[in-house]
Design a protein around this ligand. Structure first.
Ligand SMILES: *Cc1c(COP(=O)(O)O)cnc(C)c1O
Length: 457
């Protein structure tokens, strides 16, 4: 107990301790993630194949499985200083409320206007686009955090931005839309009638509330048909996990200051970027055989890519215009129910995390929406922060693991990623508070149908 007292509520690094390099976990993987392949020829996509869609420097990062560390350009380091380092918080109050001997820490990434970790990669991607002399970027956004983050980054660097926002979120979250517009982005609900693919999806699924997969197709179409524009993606890709390693590197540095070694690291998994970033340096140690940690991905029961999907090549988007990625997937035309954790409604998963999961380096669990909001409420009432519904998936499992420790008396150390805040998710909180929240779980039949449409590779 006395030793424990020395650990402050918040472990802050100082400004000079913000990482100056990103860590590429692929460099330590024996089985590298499978390459992106061309949907027509099934050949791996090389630098030239990807150039019409992505920025040059980002393609190099995407394809590099060997370089362990990438220097973070000074301008990105300076931008990071505006909102980083983010605090690693000891959840003393939650521990007390739970009566658990477990020690719980969370890395809080919600301390910026976008309200999530997504800014870490947004500024990097916008920076390389600017360096290449591009005019602007296109992207999709689900819940709106990525679109907001990219709007902030593009405003800072003077780039034009066009965002396709999943229709259900566009309607449910008008305020997030206005934040993006305030930063200068144009925002279109997806599927729209502005693109060929949007028109097609609208015709085939009248009244659809959209999905990330649809919005990606639209954004890619606009990027590839407008000179000076490229497409950027807020999760899933190797480059995004690389940028997000800043989360894990800071977490590790903060823990190391106090000699704390976690037993388990928990994060929510939508496309896998926050979890991939948080675990990177720890996974590196695990892959090199230096240490062992339990690493747990948490996904919604309504969109269970890891726990009920298949590990196969699939389209990254509904319109099937993107390269194929090998990942845990529910099928690219799986349109999940209007779950409130918008950022977790993606049919696929990061190829890096997929390979690590297939190789047994991490676990995955799925949790139901109502129990997620119970955890969110308990967390808000004890730790004070109103968590994003996405983040609350990790809170759910952190609490569950802490309660197991209460039964066994084990003083395990739990670290989880608190990816963001829930101020724009109050419609969801209202549903929960009014007792109107439901738990939708797709049937095996539903999943079989969408998985049956996987491309034959
Ligand atoms: C986007 C988002 C997620 C999920 O995305 P990942 O790429 O899986 O990290 C989780 N939490 C918040 C707050 C988000 O905005």
């Amino acid at each position: 107990m006395s030793e424990e007292k020395k650990i402050p509520y918040k472990i802050y690094l100082n400004e000079n301790e913000i990482p100056k390099q990103w860590y590429n976990v692929r460099s330590d993987m024996k089985n590298k993630p499978a390459p992106l392949i061309n949907p027509g020829t099934h050949e791996p996509m090389g630098f030239d194949d990807l150039r019409p869609v992505f920025c040059d420097e980002l393609i190099k990062q995407e394809l590099d499985n060997d370089t362990a560390f990438f220097d973070i350009p000074q301008e990105i380091q300076d931008f990071y200083k505006m909102y980083r380092p983010s605090p690693l918080v000891r959840a003393y109050c939650l521990e007390k409320a739970l009566g658990t001997p477990a020690k719980i820490y969370y890395k809080f990434e919600g301390n910026n206007t976008s309200g999530s970790h997504k800014l870490n990669s947004a500024i990097a991607q916008a920076y390389y686009a600017k360096e290449q002399g591009l005019k602007g970027l296109t992207t999709e956004t689900g819940a709106g955090q990525w679109g907001t983050a990219l709007s902030m980054a593009c405003a800072y660097l003077g780039l034009d931005l066009k965002v396709f926002m999943v229709k259900v979120s566009y309607e449910q979250k008008p305020f997030r839309r206005e934040v993006m517009r305030t930063y200068g982005a144009s925002v279109t609900p997806s599927p729209s009638m502005e693109t060929e693919i949007g028109k097609k999806i609208n015709a085939e699924h009248p009244g659809t509330t959209g999905s990330l997969g649809c919005a990606i197709s639209e954004a890619v179409e606009v990027a590839t048909t407008n000179p000076g524009y490229r497409y950027v993606l807020g999760s899933v890709l190797n480059q995004v996990l690389l940028h997000q390693s800043v989360i894990g590197l800071e977490t590790k540095a903060a823990l190391d200051k106090y000699g704390i070694v976690p037993d388990m690291i928990i994060g929510c998994a939508g496309g896998g970027s926050n979890l991939g970033g948080l675990i990177s340096p720890f996974m590196g140690e695990k892959l090199r055989g230096e240490k062992d940690y339990r690493i747990i991905a948490v996904e919604p029961a309504s969109c269970p890519s890891f726990t009920r999907g298949v590990y196969a090549y699939d389209f990254c988007d509904t319109g099937m215009v993107c390269p194929l990625a090998k990942m845990y997937t529910l099928g690219s035309n799986f349109i999940p129910s209007a779950n409130h954790a918008g950022g977790l409604r993606y049919h696929g998963m990061s190829p890096i995390l997929s390979q690590l999961y297939a190789d047994g380096y991490m676990e995955a669990v799925s949790v139901e929406q109502t129990s997620v909001f119970e955890a969110a409420e308990q967390f808000a009432r004890t730790e004070g922060i109103l968590p994003a519904p996405e983040s609350s998936h990790a809170i759910r499992v952190a609490i569950d693991e802490a309660m197991k420790c209460k039964e066994t008396g084990e003083e395990k150390t739990i670290v989880f990623g608190l990816t963001g805040t829930g101020y724009f998710d109050l419609v969801a909180y209202q549903k929960y508070n009014d007792g109107e929240m439901t738990d939708f779980i797709p049937t095996d039949e539903d999943l079989k149908k969408s998985i049956a449409t996987l491309p034959k590779v």
